[in-house]
Design a protein around this ligand. Sequence first.
Ligand SMILES: O=C(O)CCC(=O)C1=CC=C[C@@H](O)[C@@H]1C(=O)O
Ligand SMILES: [Mg+2]
Length: 368
Amino acid sequence: MNLKEITLRHLKMRMKSPFSTSFGTIQDKEFILLEAKDESGNIGWGESVAFYSPWYTEETLKTNWHMLEDFLIPAILNKEIQHPDEVSDIFSSIRKNNMAKSTIEGAIWDLYSQEKGISLAKALGGEKNKIEVGISIGIQNTVDDLLNLIDEYVAEGYKRMKVKIKPGWDIEVLREIRKHFPNVPLMADANSAYRLKDIDHLRKLDEFELMMIEQPLASDDFIDHAKLQKEISTPVCLDESIHSYVDTRMAIEMGSCKIINIKIGRIGGLTESKRIHDLCQKHNIPVWCGGMLEAGIGRTHNIALTSLSNFVLPGDTAGSSRYWERDIIDPEVIVEDGYINVPDVPGIGYEPNTETIKTFTVFEKTFS
Ligand SMILES: O=C(O)CCC(=O)C1=CC=C[C@@H](O)[C@@H]1C(=O)O
Ligand SMILES: [Mg+2]
């Protein structure tokens, strides 16, 4: 395969309801959508998960656009590619910028699976034909609002509830949740809101039988996460800390966590995600697929990846209607009884809707 033309689009989509974390609130999701055409005219799609501002990682929509326009697209156009695993070599002289790299790599995996006439899930080595879906709920104004949402999502069949916590919105909130929902599979995500000095406070989490506490401490602190994990029985899951296979090896060897959240963009693509999946499987570390409030394209890539066998915990890839009035793919992603079916047709298995994409496009540029 040989990429002949790439179009970048800056999209802006209003979320049905704002999403709040310990860092702030998102109401409008702005992101880059990438369309890549090969020499036969086949089209592959990629979606950047970088947010508009750098609260989750240092990458943003604008840094991604800059990396794509000035470095990554020039490096990949007209290069002969036999397999998507070669993309990391092509980009090896460009440091980090994982979300930008992943945007192109995703489109190449899409094209590759179309070329082979198999689903993206099969191309990645996926084995499941349906995946379990959990839901991530942002910080709410009141505990009652949160309880009402959990009630609604339990009734919709979601397989686990993830709630965001931060100092002042944690132990009491979880206690209330457990009072009303003693048996619901529950986890908490702190997005690095604590430090090791909070260990006595974090120990109190153990009474709630959480599936895990996600990213309690600083994103670059493997040592303190290891110290914390030794002191609490709740499994620690790392999200922001994990950017690569090497980070994963470090976390496993140091005992910094018992579970890993794989986000394709944060890790730099599907190839690296697969390597991390395999490494975790070897070490009996369960993984799950994190979400980045993706629109349809990113969502389909998450579904394909989650079909790999060590994704044994429900992920954050909920249905399109949880986020959008209208998603950019047909059909939209649908959750039934807490499951999403993994498509078994060539490529991502959903059709990007070019008309809808146009309505959300703020700016676009084509490179050839
Ligand atoms: O529904 C989703 O896509 C998951 C949302 C979610 O939990 C997150 C999205 C983006 C950044 C974070 O706040 C967070 C996470 O840390 O996992
Ligand atoms: Mg997280």
